[in-house]
Write a protein that binds this ligand. Structure first.
Ligand code: UTP
Length: 411
């Protein structure tokens, strides 16, 4: 039953359509729906109000440019970095975390993105590509690197089965650990909670920022800590070129004394859809592309180059002991326009072709600002950045295939 307190909350947050829905349901569904409503964090809807009033999700501090360690600097110390990184890997101090809980709505593939076949002449699934990539370092270091894979309630079963069916693409399965992230509700542009089915709220993965707390909550973090892992290389599922557990990146970060590192590329255009590195109130920070102000986009340095020219590619290195210090901090919530399939007031399923509402997401990039230091580490975009975001056009299947071929990878 909907208790009085819940009814009050629903009224306070203009969600009375859910009370109407509840009243139309049969008894068994009523109970499930009431439980779902009961576990809702209504405070998220307050954040939406603030967002609509100010048109930003999270207020930023004073933003200034931040220099990256550039390719020319890296070239001078490459072998030294490589040695430091490899030593850390060989000592079992490095683990990898694959973020694969997203829904990949822009790609429009109805399975987990990692199951997409990026091959042309042969089958090359994205997951397979990532494992092959990690195997390069495994072979060089002579030991398996623990790999944690984050999924969501929506894609966990498919992902786990796919790895099993494909014999983990040759990786040692003892070193692969899956864990499931949390979910968050979605709303339409008026802030009304959407339903994904009759009597069921539309829930989607709550962004990639909750990875560390989810890793801790399921016990996997303790396990890898006991194995001696001190650093985690966290990376996105969709960049089919990135180097994972890259000894040079790891070595450079350790050598710099920073507690985190972020691989960055020079932006292709000022409005490229990547988060940019900057300083915020004197600490490293990242501004997401959809939160980038015009003045930041157009700012130039003394050489006339864009002042915020380094975009993150979602490949970070974190020192675990530092993550433990920020573990309980509240993360900012980003409110993102998305296409969200829903059930309308007549019970009809609608699959929108344009964004129709908002999702609430925590983002990993906010961890960079929460930590004390970060090394922005430049990589060559033509060799390390081939994201599969869209079906066509920019950052698409075609552009990724082209880059794979250019890099001599058989697909
Ligand atoms: P994206 O920002 O590209 O989001 O994720 P997405 O949900 O995969 O794709 P769109 O925007 O709907 O098209 C960047 C990385 O973060 C992971 C994704 O799997 C990808 O590796 N991610 C994203 C999660 O693990 N969980 C999430 O809730 C969101």
């Amino acid at each position: 039953m909907l208790n009085e307190k819940l009814i009050e909350e629903l009224e306070k947050y203009n969600q009375t359509h859910l009370i109407d829905t509840y009243n139309t349901l049969e008894n068994t569904r009523k109970e499930n729906f009431a439980n779902q409503l009961d576990s809702l964090e209504f405070s998220l809807l307050d954040k939406l109000k603030v967002f609509k009033e100010n048109n930003v999700s999270a207020c930023k501090g004073v933003i200034e440019p931040l220099q990256a360690m550039q390719l020319k600097d890296i070239d001078e110390s490459r072998s030294e970095f490589r040695k430091i990184g490899l030593d850390a890997i060989k000592a079992g101090k490095v683990g990898a975390v694959l973020l694969a809980g997203g829904q990949g709505t822009r790609l429009g593939f109805d399975k987990p993105k990692g199951m997409f076949n990026i091959g042309i002449n042969k089958q090359v699934f994205i997951f397979q590509r990532l494992i092959e990539n990690l195997m390069d370092v495994v072979k060089e270091a002579g030991l398996f690197i623990p790999l944690m894979i984050m999924t969501s309630e929506k894609n966990n079963e498919d992902t786990v089965n796919f790895f099993k069916e494909n014999n983990y693409f040759g990786y040692n399965k003892e070193y692969i650990m899956f864990f499931v992230q949390k979910m968050a509700p979605s709303v339409d542009f008026e802030g009304r909670l959407l339903l994904e089915d009759v009597g069921r709220l539309s829930l989607s993965p709550n962004g990639n920022g909750g990875w560390y707390s989810s890793l801790a909550a399921c016990g996997v973090l303790d396990k890898v800590k006991k194995m001696g892992v001190e650093w985690l290389n966290v990376f996105a599922v969709d960049n089919v070129l990135q180097r994972i557990a890259d000894p040079e990146f790891i070595g450079a970060t350790i050598e710099s004394g920073c507690v985190s590192g972020a691989k960055v590329v020079k932006k292709a255009t000022p409005d490229e859809r990547v988060g940019v590195m900057c300083n915020e109130d004197g600490r490293p920070s990242i501004v997401e592309y959809y939160e980038l102000s015009d003045s930041m986009r157009d700012a130039t340095d003394k050489n006339g180059e864009p002042a915020y020219n380094y975009g993150v590619i979602l490949n970070y290195l974190f020192r675990i002991s530092e993550l433990d210090k920020i573990y309980n901090n509240e993360m900012p919530i980003h409110i993102v326009e998305k296409k969200i399939p829903y059930i309308d007031e007549n019970g009809e399923y609608v699959n929108p072709t344009e964004p129709n509402g908002y999702k609430f997401e925590e983002l990993i990039l906010d961890m960079i600002h929460m930590l004390d230091s970060c090394l922005p580490y430049e990589v060559e975009r033509s060799r390390e950045f081939a994201p599969v975001k869209n079906k066509e056009g920019v950052d698409s299947i075609d552009t990724a295939r082209e880059l794979l071929i250019k890099n001599g990878i058989e697909i």
